[in-house]
Design a protein around this ligand. Sequence first.
Ligand code: F6P
Length: 342
Amino acid sequence: MRVGILTGGGDCPGLNAVIRAVVKVGTRRFGNEHVGVRHGWRGLLEQEATALTLREVSGILDRGGTILKSSRTNPFRDPAAAEAAIAGFAALGRDALVVIGGEDTLGAANRLHAEHGVPVVGVPKTIDNDLSGTDVTFGFDTAVHIATDAIDRLHTTAESHDRVMVVEVMGRHAGWIALHSGLAGGADYILIPERTPDLADMLDSVRRRHARGVDYSIVVVSEGVDLGDAGVEGDLDEFGHARLARQGVGDRLGVLIREATGYDTRVTVLGHVQRGGSPTARDRILATRFGTRAAEMVAEGRFGRMAALHGDTITDVPLADAVGTLKTVPPAYYALAEPFFG
Ligand code: F6P
């Protein structure tokens, strides 16, 4: 079969490992021939494609980012774009399109399949881990490792200078990165978007530590937390999502803590560092398993579906199930962290 591959949305550690697996397994097991669509959906609209053979995917397993490049182009932003996407797929001359992306990219893939019959197969990518239908997305483990390492390092300065260190992490409207890195890094308080922040409780926790002679604290805050203040207007991307990092929740929280407690407080915004560099071994393996499944799904004609991890088994689910609702942190899971606060 002739297969197209596209990576959309924010880049993510493990994208290249998926591309490699789709091409290697597709070529060696199924005799497929591949092209890469460059710059996500933009490349389909503008018909920007590149050959993908065993040679192009050699040596990319451990490389961050995506050799195909990415964009946040929304092919459904207007009717003309949707038409261009459909025409672009026809012009590619492909029997299938493997789409590696998060909620927005896979949402568009789902519509292309359901409304226009494009034979798509999805692969769940995002550091945010907020896609339904799969226990975990690739990229999340790497982001948690990076954030945990940062928290470990910030402990040193917090302790030496008797400071409160606020660490703002990504995750959009899901607190998975904040909760996991906070737990792994021994944070003294964790704020996630799923939960209305109890700022009085957070300040009490910090004060309690200082009162018993522990003169420093680490507070992890997810970028999507609503502090209930006037906030800062974020601009929107093509899918209508606010660019949360620009709203500065970490900075505002730092001011709030400093003013309320008088403690020396500093803020670190981890930002895109969390998406950068080499994937962890776990993400390389997960991405390889997802890519392998995607190649099998193409061969089996399982279109309109997404590779998924359930327990330790790789399976596939309808794309519609994956993009319908965000997978957020359940309250009981957040409760696991609470005894460690303060
Ligand atoms: O979805 C991944 C993510 O890194 C989010 O955590 C974050 O809110 C967003 O992308 C940032 O997007 P951009 O790279 O467009 O600034």
